[in-house]
Structure formats: structure tokens, C-alpha cells
Design a protein around this ligand. Sequence first.
Ligand SMILES: Cc1cc2nc3c(=O)[nH]c(=O)nc-3n(C[C@H](O)[C@H](O)[C@H](O)COP(=O)(O)OP(=O)(O)OC[C@H]3O[C@@H](n4cnc5c(N)ncnc54)[C@H](O)[C@@H]3O)c2cc1C
Length: 327
Amino acid sequence: MNFLVIALPTGSGLPVVAAELIAGARELASKTGGATSVAVLGNGVLEACKGAVAHGADRVFFVDDPALVNYDADCYLPAMELVVRKANPAALLLSADTFGLELGSRLAHRLGTGVVNNCSGISMSDDGKLLLTRPVYGGKAVATMEVLASPAIATVTPRCMEPLPRDESRQAEISQLTLRIDSTARKARVVEVRQEEVSGVRLEDAKVIVSGGRGLGDPSNFKMLEELASVVGGAVGASRAAVDAGWVPMNMQVGQTGKQVAPDLYIAVGISGASQHLAGMSRSKHIVVINKDPEAPFYGVAEVGAAADCKRLVPLLTEKLKRLLQE
Ligand SMILES: Cc1cc2nc3c(=O)[nH]c(=O)nc-3n(C[C@H](O)[C@H](O)[C@H](O)COP(=O)(O)OP(=O)(O)OC[C@H]3O[C@@H](n4cnc5c(N)ncnc54)[C@H](O)[C@@H]3O)c2cc1C
């Protein structure tokens, strides 16, 4: 089965999530003797193309056009369609972020096929069918789905796959595709791009996340979560209750209407564990909860829990970890 990974460079190099998707696609393609191609779209994409090869692409197609300098679905769609028709994949993978979710769905409509969004895993059935798994009912169950039309399109949540180490000695064909992108035909225009201000690790990239909820009692208590996160090299997230209270900005919200994360370790502090919160973090590898109510739903998904007052426990935990990590 041949795969095509769509990479939308956000900076000069290949985005980490594209490297993750290449690794996932390669694993399945190798089982069927197929190949993994990568489509790199943007303006000034040479480094990203080289990155795709180093991370395992068998072939790279790129479209480099000033009209693709900023994300714009009306300009990206014809470029994507061109690459798909050229590469003719059986399955197409995109990142389940704002851009991938929009492009995947619109491309599916154009190609007359189906898309499965927010997948947490891709696998192959014994008879060679592509199986796509995604959380449903707010993360309470997992559905396995198959796209009956071709190519199958899937958007995959970041950090669900492990990228292959970069290998500069790899070689693959890199082909440029050109088309006339009529940027005057677009229905919306990007007026300004503002970089999100992040001090430390981005929530989506963090291997450890310490999230706080209403149980913190006061916005100033997020400071102790920042201290804990800095000791373990993690990022701080929040529940919607904490965001709605105006304690922290919206870009910190984890959940159904917030960010989808899948860190190695998720520490939930003073969060009850409503299904809408779990929907955004239930793919975390290890889950720890600190909640004074031992009946809180979070205990149902956590591996380790401490039914204690977070204001007392978190500073003690931070001190202990600081000492342990210094030893
Ligand atoms: C359509 C929709 C979408 C939503 N999307 C999201 C979303 O994306 N993300 C999200 O988070 N929510 C979302 N919600 C809201 C969600 O249903 C919950 O209301 C929210 O997650 C609750 O936040 P919380 O756990 O911080 O607060 P609460 O439910 O009030 O829980 C606070 C917890 O803190 C504990 N606690 C209190 N004091 C302490 C203490 N001193 N020490 C330790 N523990 C303490 C309590 O026992 C309690 O369990 C959504 C809701 C809807 C309807």
C-alpha cells in the first residue's frame, strides 16, 4: 500500500508531526511492499524536503510558490490535489491540527473520498485493509474505521507516533511540481500572522504536561504548576473551567474544545476528569492525578493518584523531584 504524507512547513524545516507520520506510514507500507511519498507545500521548502528524505521518505514531491507562504486553504487545495493525482496513493496522512483538519476534509470532498479525523492510530488488518482508530464519545471509547473509497484520508493527532531518527545519508528522488495558483480567487485573505508567545516547551510538543483546574482555587496557584513543570522540563495546561474563569489563556486549554495532547506523562491537578477534558488527553502514556476527592472521575483513567490537597502536595512533589533529578 502506497502512502502520501502531507507536510505543511511551519518554519524552515520539516515539522516534527510530518516526521511522525512518515514513520507511521513507512511501518505499514513496508508490510505490503508499498512506498511512502511526502508532499511538501509552502514557500522556500528545500530544507523541509531534505528533512523528509532524512526522516524516511521514499520520494518527495514539492510545490514551492509565493502564494503558499501563509496557510490558505484556497491556495493549498489545488497544490495538494495536484500532488495526490501525481503520487496516486492508497492512503493520505495529514496532521490533525487546524490546517490538516480543514485541508483533509476539503480534499476528501474534491476527490470524492472519505476522511477519518483525529486518529490516534493506524494499522493494517490481516487482509491488508487500512484501519483507523479514533477516540469517540469524548474519549470513553475507541472506534476502528475503514475508508471504503480511495484514497483513504486520515488526520492523525500529533505525538501518536515516534519519528525515525534523522539519517542524512538517505537518498530519495525529490520532484518539483508546478501549477498556476490563482491567489486572486481565494475567498479569504490572511491579514496578519501572530506567533503564539510560548516560554519553554509548547503544549503540543511537551513530553510532560502539568495541567491545573478549578481545584487550584486561585489563578496564582498556577505558579506552583509552572515550577513543577520547569523541574521536569514540561509545559503547563489547564481545564476549561480554569480558562473560563480567566485564570489562564485559552491556548492552554486541553480537551474537546481545546488542544489534543499525547505526552509521555500527564499530571492533572485539581481537575475532576470530565469527559470533555479526557477527550483531549486520554492518549497520554502515563496519567497521574492529584485531586482531594478520591471519587473524582480522573481516578478512573489515572495510573497513579493522590487524594490530597494540591496546594500542599505539589510544592512537596516539586522539591522531592528537584532533589531526585539533581542526584
Ligand atoms: C461542549 C463542551 C465542551 C467542553 N470542552 C472542554 C475542554 O475542552 N476542556 C475541559 O477541560 N473542559 C471542557 N468542558 C467542560 C467540562 O465539562 C468540565 O466542566 C471542566 O473540564 C471542569 O473543569 P475542572 O475539572 O477544572 O473543574 P471541576 O469540575 O469543578 O473540578 C475541580 C476538581 O478539583 C478538585 N479539587 C478541589 N479543591 C482541590 C484541592 N485543594 N486539591 C486537589 N483537588 C481539588 C475537586 O475535587 C474537583 O474534582 C466542556 C464542556 C462542554 C459542554
